[in-house]
Write a protein that binds this ligand. Structure first.
Ligand SMILES: Nc1ncnc2c1ncn2[C@@H]1O[C@H](COP(=O)(O)OP(=O)(O)OP(=O)(O)O)[C@@H](O)[C@H]1O
Ligand SMILES: [Mg+2]
Length: 412
């Protein structure tokens, strides 16, 4: 890669290429600059170097190991990182024993596994333009948690306003509630989770435990973790102002109660990814975005606009460290295969009309009349259940009718 050294020299940057390696997706050229060279002088000419080297994408990063600068360019024949392979590695096994809720983040540029504990994050914000790999990423987070925890220890609330991304998870023992696709229902669910958090805090206070790990160890009861994943939360925020309030309240307080949020959006505008939201989501991942402004909206730094798509991402850890990672890929069949042992014969319980009403009360919405509520409860029932109730009522009337007839014939 003498070309890189020559190009840099033309711009007055002297030094030498000290190493070159191929990661799964990128070629990484290590350049050790002459002492006294400022990194910002090199990053300032990134676009010129990219153009002169005729590569489609270039990212420049200081090495965390030595004084070198890492030039990352697409490898050409990128490997597809196989999710199944990744979660069966010994390193992931180790992470499973070390972390409470291990989330597979991806492979780093050299191909090393990157795993983090969701309980430490303690929530995750994901951004990226359409087709950049958000949903594949969310699936890998969900499935890595499933591979580490039993259905009794972990429940998911999956919110999918796009209606196609999470349908594969319906009828799973891991579901806290059937997959939610309607905005209204999603809004109710968030407010229900905020209530569930308060309920859990009361339980923890009563048994004098500071978090659910202590509570579950004490043996007085068992509370599963609840992980709420929203694949596209922009519309929810736009529909109802309470959504942001509920999300922020959950993000601020829910950690000890075992409730964690993973939010994704393809619309990283400042009215969706607000400052206050970001303040409560220190851990973030940005897949490729359209502009450096979008990158700053998600990560508070530019760079995600130079990513190459298909799972290529920047991961901002809760300690502020920014790392380039590549997500792993899985097909729908892979997902089905992983989920196969956890098929549930019954659907997850829907939150009842009564629970939804209590949520509504907390939001101080206008209350419906009792008649409207009965009509709504009735319409919320499944057709099968409605038929059962009608048959039961018919049966009761038949029974009463026979008694009345019998009594009156006896009197005669
Ligand atoms: N980690 C990956 N490795 C290889 N290819 C990937 C990876 N992630 C995504 N892709 C490719 O990109 C396509 C789009 O990914 P995905 O559906 O996750 O995008 P998205 O960000 O959710 O898009 P949208 O916003 O439209 O929902 C996938 O169908 C797949 O072909
Ligand atoms: Mg998607």
């Amino acid at each position: 890669m003498q070309k890189l050294a020559d190009t840099l020299k033309n711009y007055g940057i002297n030094g030498e290429i000290t190493n070159q390696t191929d990661g799964p997706v990128l070629k990484i050229i290590e350049f050790t600059p002459k002492a006294g060279t400022k990194l910002k002088n090199i990053t300032a000419i990134t676009e010129d170097i990219r153009r002169e080297m005729a590569v489609s994408s270039l990212r420049i990063e200081a090495s965390s190991e030595n004084n070198s600068i890492l030039f990352q360019i697409p490898k050409g024949n990128a490997d597809i990182i196989d999710f199944n392979e990744q979660i069966t590695t010994t390193n992931f096994e180790k992470a499973k024993s070390k972390y409470e809720l291990p989330i597979y983040i991806g492979s780093d540029i050299k191909g090393e596994l990157v795993v983090a504990d969701l309980t430490k994050m303690p929530h995750l914000l994901v951004g990226g333009t359409t087709g950049s790999g958000k949903s594949v990423g969310l699936n890998s987070f969900i499935l890595s948690l499933i591979s580490a925890k039993k259905p009794s220890e972990l429940k998911f609330v999956l919110i999918d306003p796009k209606k196609i991304e999470f349908s594969i998870y319906n009828n799973q023992k891991y579901l806290y509630h059937p997959v939610i696709t309607e905005t209204e229902e999603a809004i109710d669910m968030l407010s229900h989770l905020a209530q569930e958090m308060d309920r859990r805090y009361e339980i923890l206070a009563e048994s004098m435990c500071k978090n659910i790990t202590d509570y579950n160890l004490k043996g007085e009861g068992h509370l599963p973790y609840i992980v709420c994943v929203i694949d596209e939360f922009a519309d929810l925020i736009a529909t109802d102002k309470n959504v942001e309030k509920d999300v922020i309240r959950l993000a601020q307080k829910a950690r000890a109660s075992g409730i964690h949020l993973i939010l994704a959006t393809q619309r990283p505008s400042v009215d969706v990814v607000t400052g206050v939201l970001k303040a409560n989501f220190p851990t973030r991942i940005s897949f490729k975005v359209a502009s450096s402004a979008d990158s700053r909206t998600i990560l508070d730094s530019q760079g995600a606009e130079d990513l190459i798509g298909r799972g290529d991402a920047l991961y901002l850890a809760s300690n502020g460290e920014l790392k380039r990672i590549h997500g792993a890929y899985m097909t729908d069949n892979d997902i089905k295969e992983i989920l196969k042992p956890y098929q549930s014969p019954t659907k997850a319980r829907k939150i009842t009309t009564k629970e939804k009403e209590t949520n509504t009360k907390t939001k101080e919405k206008k209350k419906d009349s009792w008649f409207k509520r009965i009509v709504k409860a009735w319409s919320d029932l499944r057709a099968k259940d409605r038929k059962m109730i009608i048959n039961a009522i018919k049966g009761i009337f038949k029974f009463l009718f026979t008694i009345i007839i019998n009594n009156s014939s006896k009197k005669k």
